[in-house]
Design a binder for this molecule. Structure first.
Ligand SMILES: [Zn+2]
Length: 489
């Protein structure tokens, strides 16, 4: 297979042709959540981009071995557990479960392996031991183990930070990523009172955040991997430190391609609790927004461009999802309908045309793939998807659509779901009993018998079908309630 895929690589700088280590299997590591709270939409912008990356590579025929870690021990998780007077594991398990549920809500594929830092202590200790043997790491008089940055000549190559020679004095024992420090960083923190700790050759303690990812990545994917992805806020120090740790230990390149997603803004500003523009996924669901609209809004801007998230953009995203839903629903309903039923669902034919949807859709389909091959140009890909759907709608409006065309349309939606994960093709076609109830409903409305139509609407709702009234003179339609939030509307 000739690969035309190219990605922007943060390390080499610029767009590079993608050549995986193994032509069939791709190793992908994505930094997972720190489970001290519910994940916010800024986190999910990155996770949804990574989900698209994986879906696209799988679509291209690769097996993607995807590892996403769960950071369940660090300064924040320990502080949270202490605040709530819970054990660290009880505290982090709650937010891990919540995160996994959120991933499902947004229709993200599960990583093949999701290692927890606290289950990886042996690997972490072994890696630190190697670094100490190579004199890259040292046990300091404060009882913690540090990485000696000056001993790794490549330090700064990812973030393009130049470190001055004066770096050996300061030592950083925080592992929060928003602290910009260029000095020696902590690998193993000596146990403090009321903190969970593990045994090690350097006494009781716990791992620093950066070493966790190096250890888990190499443990599950090998010493050199194809793609490491994350948010741009992780470039320094987290990913810089991962490179330093891993490459100093193995003497081999750690990662072939580094992909980073840009920050998300909300209403043009950095998200912050004090500004009142801080939203978790759950906040948006509580406000009644559709997860697929949220997914669309988070996905629809190129990952290296600034995404400005607004409620207006969410509303537009909802309209797009609805357009896709309605088109797909019409296609499968027509595909499964008998002639009599079609009379219920359609206006009479006015145009007759010999359309071959399969060949009409081909250039859209090819364009979508080549847009994604070009560093995941998702905005171009999505506008082609919508243009393809408009072609299908045009064919549907002509009412001379043959089964072959409906099948071509159905397959288009299924492929798009595989790529973008909007879950459109989960909608079901109409069973006969529902068609007949819908016919009676439309008839009752036409004769202004609203008592009967209300009763039928409720009956259909109880069976999981949502009635959508047509415009005057047009028949009503129904849609399968596929998600609980459909009912809220
Ligand atoms: Zn990481």
């Amino acid at each position: 297979m000739i690969q035309k895929i190219q990605f922007h690589d943060t390390l080499k700088g610029g767009i590079k042709k993608f050549e995986p280590l193994n032509p069939k299997e791709i190793t992908l590591y994505t930094c997972g959540p720190t489970v001290y709270n519910y994940a916010h939409i800024g986190n999910f912008r990155t996770f949804v981009f990574e989900d698209l990356l994986r879906r696209f590579l799988e679509y291209k025929g690769f097996h993607v071995k995807h590892v996403m870690n769960i950071t369940d021990v660090d300064d924040k998780t320990i502080a949270g557990a202490n605040r709530e007077k819970k054990s660290l594991s009880a505290y982090t398990e709650f937010y891990t479960e919540a995160f996994l549920e959120d991933m499902k809500t947004l229709n993200m594929l599960s990583p093949e392996i999701q290692p927890r830092a606290t289950d990886s202590i042996d690997d972490i200790v072994a890696l630190i031991r190697t670094l100490i043997e190579k004199e890259i790491a040292y046990l300091a008089e404060d009882g913690s183990v540090y990485y000696r940055v000056a001993k790794f000549p490549g330090y700064g190559k990812l973030s393009k930070k130049k470190l001055d020679g004066n770096i050996s004095g300061a030592r950083v024992d925080v592992d929060e990523y928003d602290k910009e420090q260029g000095a020696d960083f902590v690998l193993w923190k000596k146990a403090k009172e009321d903190e969970p700790s593990w045994d090690s050759p350097w006494g009781k303690g716990r791992p620093g955040w950066h070493i966790e990812c190096s250890a888990m990545c190499m443990r599950h994917l090998g010493e050199t991997i194809d793609i490491h992805a994350g948010g741009e806020d992780l470039v320094f120090p987290h990913h810089e430190n991962e490179i330093a740790q891993s490459e100093a230990a193995t003497g081999k390149p750690f990662v072939k391609y580094w992909l980073h997603a840009k920050h998300l803004l909300v209403n043009g500003e950095k998200m912050s609790k004090s500004k009142g523009n801080f939203f978790t996924l759950r906040d948006l669901l509580e406000k009644g927004y559709d997860p697929m609209a949220i997914r669309y809004a988070l996905l629809s801007v190129h990952y290296r461009h600034q995404l400005n998230f607004t409620f207006e953009s969410l509303k537009e995203a909802r309209e797009v999802i609805e357009k896709l839903d309605n088109c797909y629903f019409q296609c499968i309903s027509l595909l499964h309908a008998s002639d009599k039923v079609i009379q219920v669902l359609k206006k009479p034919a006015e145009l007759a045309s010999a359309i071959n949807l399969e060949s009409t859709l081909k250039p859209f389909y090819d364009g979508i793939i080549s847009a994604l091959e070009n560093d995941l140009n998702v905005s171009a890909a999505l506008s082609l998807l919508l243009a393809g759907v408009s072609e299908i709608n045009r064919a549907l409006a002509g009412f001379q659509i043959a089964d072959a065309n409906l099948l071509a349309a159905k397959s288009f939606f299924e492929k798009m779901d595989q790529l973008f994960g909007f879950d459109i093709s989960c909608i079901e076609a109409l069973p006969n009993e529902i068609i007949s109830a819908l016919g009676k409903y439309s008839e009752a409305r036409r004769s202004k018998d609203f008592e009967t139509s209300d009763k039928l609407r409720k009956e259909l709702g109880d069976k999981g079908w949502l009635v959508k009234d047509g415009r005057p003179g047009e028949p009503s339609t129904v849609k399968k309630v596929r998600r609980a939030w459909d009912i809220k509307k």
